[in-house]
Design a protein around this ligand. Structure first.
Ligand SMILES: [Mg+2]
Length: 443
């Protein structure tokens, strides 16, 4: 593991470091620092005006410093003289409480103190569009059911192969790539890892995918629903909890072969069931984090797409190996949360999973009944399952009412997030749309 960035620069021929942090809206911000200056920056951090990003700060706030975490450094495979490194935000010698990577680091420590080490894998779906973002990049990609389309994935082989090669180089263990369920949509999968490592890789994957797409004359987007009527960009998370972090982990504490009860039958231990119970209990509120944009609610609660299924949930239910529910337990020892979308902040995604899951374990939360039906066809038969929020304001209100989740994510973070997201909602409401005119002009 890298500990000395100056030595890393010398060894790898790095000329510039991007000291990067992610703001509350998931925007990645960076300063380019020449290698000659990195030793000092590693001590003191790179300075930023917090107000200029989405962190709920004023112009009067003192300098915010992003202190690079050397263990996260990645040499850009497509521009080897540059290295990316995630920074932890600090102000006047204290961690900035609302900064997403700090929120996650705090929750990882809390879980570790209780003997739980969360590992996750994520599936960050994306579209390849024309450079102006107005349409999908491949005019021949028009099939009604384009999922796994062999011809279409090969028409974008140069992009997919380049990204996959880089993941191989970086040692991420990529293992499959495909054309997804919407025209123009792709998914690339790599191995699961500790929550902070997955969050850093998720951030870097977005940066890398956008960069490689630009190089090939396309535009990659992770927007939840970039094309009306087509399946949206999910960011499913596969979650397990282990006895130790990193390579030291030996025991998956979620796994059971006892097979008793509804969760045991699908291979989840009592602890796994309680963790899942926490996710179920807080689902409507945590949607404010996992589905963070106005557009997110066009993906969940959506009408049937052209392919025949949205692949997104609209109700808080769980099941065994069945993709029509919010949570799927595909096999022993892990479950898949299918709620998050491509706009999710990589750090807040992991943080809210841990926050809700920890609360579940602490309160021995009951995940409720397992439903083994096709939710798309028979969802109406389940009368008592909570519905997911219908829009961003709904989600923000659920989050605001969920005092235990707010506290677990941190009061300062929650206040800042709610303030900035409510401002965004108000901005959206002030936007005058063609739909309104069409529906009210002649009233
Ligand atoms: Mg997928």
């Amino acid at each position: 593991m890298t500990t000395d960035l100056a030595a890393f620069a010398k060894d790898k021929g790095i000329k510039y470091f991007m000291i990067s942090f992610t703001d509350l809206f998931g925007g990645q911000r960076a300063k380019l620092v020449p290698a000659q200056a990195i030793a000092d920056m590693q001590e003191d951090g790179a300075g930023f005006a917090g107000f200029a990003t989405y962190l709920d700060m004023t112009p009067a706030h003192p300098d915010m410093l992003a202190v690079p975490d050397p263990s996260s450094v990645i040499q850009l495979p497509w521009k080897p003289e540059v290295a990316w490194v995630a920074g932890n935000c600090v102000m006047e010698d204290e961690d900035v409480a609302q900064a997403p990577r700090n929120v996650l680091r705090r929750l990882i420590d809390e879980a570790a103190a209780e003997g739980m080490h969360v590992k996750t894998g994520i599936e960050a779906e994306f579209f390849l569009l024309t450079p102006d973002g107005s349409q999908i990049s491949d005019e021949f990609d028009t099939a009604d059911k384009p999922c796994y389309d062999q011809q279409a994935v090969m028409r974008r082989y140069d992009v997919v192969r380049e990204i996959c090669d880089y993941m191989l180089e970086l040692g991420w263990g990529p293992y499959q790539n495909d054309h997804e369920d919407a025209n123009g949509q792709f998914e690339m999968n790599w191995e699961f890892d500790d929550a902070l490592r997955t969050a850093d890789k998720h951030s870097f994957f977005k940066f890398m995918t956008k960069s490689v797409a630009e190089k090939h004359g396309f535009r990659a987007t992770f927007m939840p629903k970039p094309v009306e009527g087509l399946t949206g960009n999910g960011c499913h998370a596969h979650i397990s909890v282990w006895d130790a972090p990193g390579d030291k982990s030996k025991v998956n504490v979620f796994a059971t072969d006892k097979g008793e009860g509804q969760t045991g039958e699908v291979g989840l231990s009592a602890k796994g069931a309680a963790f899942l119970g926490g996710i179920m209990k807080h689902a409507s509120a945590l949607a404010a984090i996992t589905n963070p944009t106005v557009n997110s609610y066009k993906r969940i609660n959506a009408p049937r797409t052209m392919s025949g299924a949205t692949w997104a949930p609209n109700t808080v239910t769980w099941t065994g190996n069945n993709r029509t529910h919010m949570v799927r337990v595909p096999g022993p020892g892990r479950f898949e949360l299918r709620l998050p979308d491509g706009a999710v902040n990589p750090y807040l995604l992991q943080a809210v999973i841990i926050a809700a899951g920890l609360d579940g374990v602490r309160t021995n939360a009951d995940p409720g009944k397992r439903h083994d039906i096709d939710m798309y066809a028979e969802g109406h038969k389940i009368k008592d399952a909570p519905r997911l929020p219908l829009n961003m304001l709904d989600a923000l209100r659920f989050y605001d009412k969920d005092t235990s989740l707010k506290a677990a994510m941190g009061e300062e973070f929650s206040a800042a997030y709610l303030k900035m997201k409510n401002d965004e909602w108000n901005d959206f409401c002030n936007h005058f749309s063609a739909w309104e005119k069409q529906n009210a002009l002649d009233i």
